[in-house]
Design a protein around this ligand. Structure first.
Ligand code: C2E
Ligand code: MG
Ligand code: MG
Length: 733
């Protein structure tokens, strides 16, 4: 290339007359032009094949190939060489032919030296100008190729619209991205590409006339795909989410009022992947990992919308709470991973019973909630529920084992059972627990009456768990008094639950559930510790020692370290064994009779006395009592309350007192509320009594005052304490 470039500076003199060649060469050299010579046309053409000369001085009349042939050949080769014909021929035809054949100029022999040199200089300049032109064109071409390459290989869809909004340019990416050919789109209006719902927004962006910082950037839109061409994407089968940026284009050279708007330039970026990632993150936030069902948050959200909708349209909706029966057993025996599989199968089966508009959610553990919006009749919920129960009861083959499941289901209907998310969920939960408490494997619609009974307390399980963690319990004390002189002879520790929303909750409402869920173990522990701490406090404050009875659940007794636990707590607080009595119910004492007896004996050896609580309500037999180290019988308040004057029912109390005295046991009558009862009990020889007549259970502070002053509190600690039947009511918020 560089050699050709050097040679291309030269001038070629073509003439058959050597004198002519010589004189021309001398003239050119003298003027600073490097030159070569050829003796005829063939010689010249030969040399031109090696080198491109800038200028050729060509004679026409030559033997062999003449000047016309040379011109014809160069013209054919599209050579840039400027040919100046230097000829003795002066005919018009010769001049015309030469010029037609591409000659640059024509000079007659004999040539005037100055004219020839000027012509050569001009020819050379013309040659160079053409070359520069070509070079620029090449550069332009390459640069355009580069830009086109960049634009076409951009991952973004790049386009230009005219003032009307029609495509005047689209890059190749449009093909891969949207499935259209360039040609198909050119001339079409952008709106044909935009998803109808997004058109109003698209109008702003695609028609963007602003430039610079105020132009539209990163606006999200959906474009329609040419589905025949593009594989379907996961979001929508025919839409591509994009992020669009666009700027107005102006023609700066427009003369009158400055710049003229000529269209819009923009680019759109495929957002599919980003959307997918976003969707995934959202999915995880709103779905349960195990079953991929909506989680509690999403469920509550949808429930809120459904309630609003049902209110507007005066429709019914159902919230269903489903809890698998004995699922814990499956988890415990099969392990968690098989347990998980069971839950997945259950979820699939329930889902199979639902309509598309229904929502099934995993609430946690083995609890599922369902939302059935827009029901015509509440009975429809029962139909779906029966179908679900049926499907759940079909056998499961998991880990090579066949197993059977059942579920308890509670249904709450809007608006009857509640009109907020919370009230509906709670109502469904209460109804579900109602079934759990009764037969399991069935369903019930929520009824107001359920809130007063079992259903409600059992529904407190979650709260109860939390209460254990955050120690929401308090220990109250009820005095036991001598029936003759009414002096305090002991105290009974009774637990209370101070619920942050519901206020004070009584043990009848949560002890059964605490036992079923084994939460009674930490709770019982807590009660004993709180009691011992209080007794130590009394002692430290100089009060005389007063024995305290603590109620113990059979679940606690079943614990292998039951005895050691109690002894360790007493030792920790420095409470002598003979200051503590434990109260166990009749049914509790009869369970696992032998081991229970051994454990109670162990406690007894440490001075701890044993009372049988609620005596008379269970086996009502003294025959087994000799097996146990029992010290005290507590006559259940239901018998005491039957004492009215000379009422015959009082006979049971008579019998218990008689038997107890025969066995040399302490007898304590519970639930003494009036003087008649007290007098009767005194008459038959019952020495200790407990009841509202002497005060209900009282707080730690009130008890301290009572022990300090020896005065019975006039007003019971809690007014409700005097109205035992009212206090079972828990109002649902
Ligand atoms: P309980 O051990 O038989 O306790 C006596 C219950 O009768 C107490 O109810 C007490 O407040 C109530 N009572 C006392 N005097 C009268 C009266 O004159 N009339 C009437 N109608 N009732 C009276 P509370 O405190 O609600 O306890 C209920 C039951 O809960 C207890 O019956 C006991 O079985 C259980 N419990 C209480 N605290 C604990 C505890 O810390 N652990 C265990 N495992 N159970 C407890
Ligand atoms: Mg008791
Ligand atoms: Mg009792």
């Amino acid at each position: 290339m560089s050699e050709r470039r050097d040679l291309s500076e030269k001038i070629l003199i073509v003439d058959d007359e050597s004198a002519m060649r010589h004189s021309l060469s001398l003239l050119l050299s003298g003027a600073g032009f490097e030159n070569q010579t050829a003796t005829d046309g063939s010689d010249a053409l030969q040399m031109c094949r090696q080198v491109e000369y800038q200028v050729m001085l060509l004679d026409l009349q030559m033997p062999g190939a003449n000047g016309h042939q040379v011109l014809a050949e160069l013209q054919q080769q599209k050579a840039s060489t400027r040919v100046i014909v230097v000829s003795g021929e002066t005919s018009f035809d010769a001049v015309r032919d030469s010029l037609q054949q591409g000659a640059y100029d024509f000079i007659r022999k004999p040539y005037p030296a100055e004219e020839l040199l000027t012509t050569v200089r001009n020819a050379q300049a013309s040659y160079r100008q053409e070359k520069e032109q070509l070079r620029l064109e090449q550069v332009m071409h390459e640069s355009e190729e580069l830009h086109r390459y960049i634009v076409d290989n951009s991952p973004d869809f790049v386009y230009v619209l005219d003032q009307e909004g029609c495509f005047t340019f689209v890059n190749d990416t449009v093909n891969n991205l949207l499935g259209y050919n360039r040609e198909e789109l050119i001339g079409r209006h952008y709106s044909e590409l935009v998803f109808e719902e997004d058109l109003p927004l698209a109008r702003y962006v695609f028609n963007e006339r602003r430039t610079g910082a105020r132009s539209s950037r990163n606006v999200e839109l959906r474009l329609k795909l040419n589905t025949e061409q593009v594989e379907t994407r996961i979001f929508d089968t025919h839409l591509l989410p994009i992020e669009l940026s666009s700027v107005g284009m102006y023609n700066a050279s427009h003369s009158d009022d400055g710049e003229k708007f000529i269209g819009t330039y923009g680019c759109a970026r495929d957002m599919t992947e980003r959307k997918q990632a976003q969707e995934l993150i959202n999915f995880h936030a709103y779905h349960d990992q195990l079953t991929a069902l909506p989680n509690r948050m999403l469920f509550e959200d949808r429930l809120g919308l459904a309630i609003a909708h049902a209110k507007r349209n005066e429709r019914i909706l159902a919230v269903i709470f489903l809890d698998l029966d004995r699922f814990k057993l499956i988890n415990d025996t099969l392990g968690h991973s098989l347990g998980d599989q069971v839950l997945q199968r259950v979820a699939e089966r329930i889902q199979g019973c639902l309509r598309a508009e229904d929502t099934l959610s995993r609430f946690g553990g083995d609890e599922f909630t369902l939302l059935l919006p827009e029901l015509d009749d509440g009975k429809d919920a029962a139909i779906v529920t029966k179908k679900i129960l049926q499907r759940i009861s079909e056998p499961y083959l998991i880990g090579g084992q066949e197993m059977f499941l059942s579920a308890s289901i509670g249904i709450a209907l809007f608006p009857d059972a509640g009109d907020t998310r919370e009230s509906l969920l709670r109502a469904a939960d209460v109804a579900m627990y109602h079934i759990k408490g009764e037969s399991k494997n069935g369903f019930a619609f929520f009824q107001e009456s359920m809130t007063a009974g079992w259903g409600e307390h059992l529904s407190l399980e979650r709260d109860l768990r939390h209460a254990v963690e955050s120690e929401q319990f308090e220990v109250f004390f009820q005095p036991k008094v001598d029936s003759e002189d009414r002096k305090i002879v002991g105290m009974e520790a009774l637990i209370r639950w101070r619920h942050p929303q519901r206020g004070l909750i009584y043990p009848d409402q949560f002890i059964p559930l605490a036992e079923e869920s084994k939460l009674i173990i930490p709770i019982g522990d807590w009660v004993l510790r709180a009691t011992c701490a209080e007794m130590r406090h009394w002692h430290e404050q100089g009060l005389s020692r007063v024995p305290v009875s603590v109620n113990i659940s059979v679940v606690q007794i079943e614990q292998p370290n039951f005895v050691q636990g109690i002894l360790a707590t007493l030792a920790e607080f420095g409470i002598p064994g003979n200051q503590i009595e434990i109260e166990v119910t009749e049914s509790g004492i009869m369970k696992n009779r032998e081991t229970t007896s051994l454990k109670l004996r162990a406690l007894s050896r440490h001075g701890i006395s044993i009372a049988v609580d609620d005596f008379g309500t269970g086996y009502s037999s003294l025959s087994y009592l000799h097996q146990f180290p029992v010290d005290t019988l507590k006559i259940d308040k239901s018998f005491v309350q039957q004492i009215e004057g000379e009422a015959p029912e009082a006979c049971i109390v008579d019998a218990i007192v008689a038997m107890g005295r025969g066995l040399r046991l302490h007898i304590v009558a519970e639930g003494v509320e009036n003087e008649d009862q007290l007098n009767y009990l005194k008459k038959i020889g019952c020495s200790e009594v407990q009841g509202f007549l002497f005060g209900g259970a009282q707080s730690v502070a009130q008890t301290f005052e009572l022990l300090r002053t020896g005065m019975m509190a006039r007003v019971p600690s809690c007014p409700l304490e005097n109205f035992p039947f009212q206090r079972f009511q828990i109002s649902i918020p």
